[in-house]
Design a protein around this ligand. Structure first.
Ligand code: TYC
Length: 134
């Protein structure tokens, strides 16, 4: 195994020094283009175009009426938590008023909020769930 960070077999390296091929490090239109006109160097983009998506926190809010067991059920069902973690997070919301229950890209966070709100509404609980940019 080689530890060198370059590869001598790469075409650009095998071409180096071959007079028939020219030096690939040099452009072939330094001052004039092939039709004899002036040309302008265009800088090449080195940064990849892809950007990581912004992340959003999904927050669960406390209220006085939603049963604790229902909150635990929601946390297990929609946030893939085990019983112990769901119980712990539910108690945090109960005691502090709010807790982050997950962090996701926008569409996933939005889906989680909708799922929780729909589930709470159809079970007639006032549980509130919201999201905010991280
Ligand atoms: N405070 C509620 C109760 O005492 C329990 C609860 C916990 C409600 C978390 C909402 O997001 C919540 N029954």
């Amino acid at each position: 195994m080689t530890t060198a960070p370059w590869n001598f077999n790469e075409p650009c390296c095998t071409r180096l020094g071959d007079p028939r091929l020219g030096d690939p490090r040099l452009g072939d239109d330094d001052d004039k283009d092939r039709r004899g006109g002036n040309s302008v160097d265009v800088s090449t983009r080195t940064k990849p175009k892809t950007k990581r998506p912004s992340l959003y926190k999904v927050l669960m809010l406390n209220d006085d009426y939603t049963p604790m067991e229902f909150v635990e059920f929601v946390l297990q069902r929609f946030f893939n938590m085990g019983q112990d973690r769901a119980h712990g997070i539910m108690l945090t919301v109960h005691n502090k008023g709010v807790a982050v229950v997950g962090v996701y890209p926008f569409e996933i966070a939005e889906t989680k909020v909708t799922q929780v709100m729909d589930c709470a509404r159809s079970n007639q609980h006032p549980l509130q769930c919201t999201m905010e940019k991280e």
